[in-house]
Design a protein around this ligand. Structure first.
Ligand code: NAG
Ligand code: NAG
Length: 189
């Protein structure tokens, strides 16, 4: 009698286990993995020091308005699309290490404030082929603006961090600007 009861219990348990296994296999789109599978071991902290050249004027602009401003004081409504050089020095002729591609949109109605949405795509050295993505608020009249690094590709998979931007040069006639970027990135690769 006792062995029969035990056998039934065993059978029930086996059935339950089989159901549980089937449900984790069958039609499941999310699988829990060990981070080691993607070699996510030790996070490194790297600082990048770059200059971002927004060339709006002249015959070879790298930054072009795609929507005009609605307000002449705050520039509200303006959207520029850009493919700006990233160099190691403030001099536009210094070594090119990547390109910053994206757009800035003037989204503040009571000050001059941009929404930056851009990728820094590296084209030189160890980080060539990898990119980081910056998405954040940029009140350009402030001396230092902070923007989050929200992720990246290649060596910057699973990256996070922040960028500090300071305007080095601004030409009110051409609207050209050179902005210094200090970017702190935590990354694994
Ligand atoms: C902004 O200024 C320009 C001239 O620089 C003028 O033509 C335009 O009407 C102004 N726009 C507004 C919304 O005031
Ligand atoms: C702004 O750009 C114009 C046109 O290139 C140039 O003539 C002028 O000297 C520049 N101003 C400054 C402050 O660099």
């Amino acid at each position: 009698m006792a062995s029969k009861f035990f056998f039934t219990l065993c059978l029930l348990w086996c059935l339950l286990l089989a159901t549980a296994m089937a449900s984790s296999d069958d039609g499941s789109f999310a699988t829990r993995l060990n981070p080691k599978v993607l070699k996510l071991k030790k996070e490194k902290l790297t600082r990048f020091h770059l200059y971002w050249h927004d060339v709006v004027g002249g015959s070879n602009p790298t930054s072009v308005p795609v929507l005009p401003r609605l307000d002449n004081v705050t520039l509200f409504g303006l959207i520029n699309m850009f493919d700006n050089p990233l160099t190691v020095g403030a001099d536009p002729k210094s070594r090119l290490v990547g390109r910053s591609q994206g757009l800035y949109a003037s989204t503040a109605q009571h000050e001059i404030g941009l929404l930056m949405a851009m990728n820094f795509a590296f084209t030189y050295g160890k980080y060539k082929g990898s990119s980081i993505t910056i998405l954040g608020r940029n009140p350009i009249v402030n001396h230092v603006r902070e923007m989050p690094v929200v992720g990246g590709t290649g060596r910057f998979r699973f990256a996070r961090g922040h960028a500090l931007a300071k305007t080095q040069y601004f030409n009110a006639t051409t609207l050209d600007a050179i902005v210094e970027y200090d970017i702190y990135v935590l990354h694994y690769y």
